[in-house]
Design a binder for this molecule. Sequence first.
Ligand code: ATP
Ligand code: MG
Length: 429
Amino acid sequence: MLRTHYSNEVSKKDYGKKIAIAGWIEEIRNLGGIAFIILRDRYGRMQVTAIKKQNPELFKELVSLSRESVIAARGICQENEKVRNGWELLIEEMEVLSHADTPLPMGVVDKVNVDFDTRLDNRIIDLRRDETKAIFMIRHAFIGFASEYLRKKGFIEVHTPKITAASSEGGTEVFRIDYFGKPAYLVQSPQLYKQMLMASGLDRVYEIAWYFRAEEHDTSRHLNESTAIDIEMAFIESEEEVMRVAEEMTEYAIQKIMNECSNELEILHAKIDAPSVPYPRITYDEVVEILQKEIDFKWGEDLGTDEENLLAEKLDYELYFITKFPVEAKPFYAMFDGKYARAFDLEFKGMEIASGAQRIHDYELLIKRMDELGMNKENFADYLKAFRYGMPPHGGFGYGIERFLMRLLNLKNIRECILFPRDRKRLRP
Ligand code: ATP
Ligand code: MG
């Protein structure tokens, strides 16, 4: 066995016993007759101590290793109050599992700030840093807790196609690909498929979904490939039921993260206020009224970053919904009452993190709406078919995972929250 214990698994009962640990060499301090090595594994750091006269050959090999080389070390676990964990490993045997090249493209523990592009170019090494790792541990936790909440509420996890023949729901550019000589597209979201599933009788579905959007964004909050929690639920009376799922899922996940990710939150210096549900609901009309006191803003316009920030400043809520948008501001499938769509956005510290709505489920109305907008219905043949043989009223939302994390952890750039970001300039690694 290469490893009997992770760094966090060693306890007093192991003192005086032989154990095996493994990881990356973070630091070597060679004092001549004795050397101290800091070894890092998934959960933390450990001290390995080598005494030259006990095993000169092992000592020589160990101190000549480059930083970030990977070793497995076996020896006696000895109590030592001077070491941070309270113990050290007196090394007796070693297996070098991998030699790291020098110099490293970036440091793992160096305090000097590495620029963001260098970090992203060397993401694998960047992930060895505590701060970066903490973001992805919280990301993992968030997806788990959100899924847990949804499953408790009867949502089943589905996976819909990412390659499609035509239909894009609109509102963004899509990526075109070659599909055995035929044109195809990467989906901008699972919208059309999750709606189609509402005609299946499954009633409540969710997907941890990929969004592909070919916009030439150059912002700190847009990616060309992003992830979302998408849900759709049937037999609803209004969008209010969908909003309740969105806010309860958020509250549940934040609470759980606060309870179970305290180490990671501390590493990131993230202080979280956890407002309780219901989150305030502000109508689009009220938003317009607030904005018009400050700036020139016309009814019907969409909210940009500046407007969202200004609004957040005026409202002083962490999390709130904007409801009852103008029909024109929302996609063709949104249900409406007069000039208002039954649609909402969830805002977190002045940034949209989710959009949702009750949808049109009536086939004739949907056709009428598409005609009004001059849409090509042939492109939507499969989607429309699902509305012809029994479609219950339904609604749902798309909830950006990176956007949520960015706001929760007060990160300045959305690229911090996805392993290998894709943007207009970045297609590698
Ligand atoms: P925005 O107006 O902020 O560009 P959107 O309204 O086009 O977003 P939706 O189609 O409503 O986005 O998608 C639902 C959610 O998915 C958004 O609220 C956001 O959290 C996330 N999302 C959408 N597009 C992106 C993107 N390009 N990068 C990162 N997250 C995104
Ligand atoms: Mg939106």
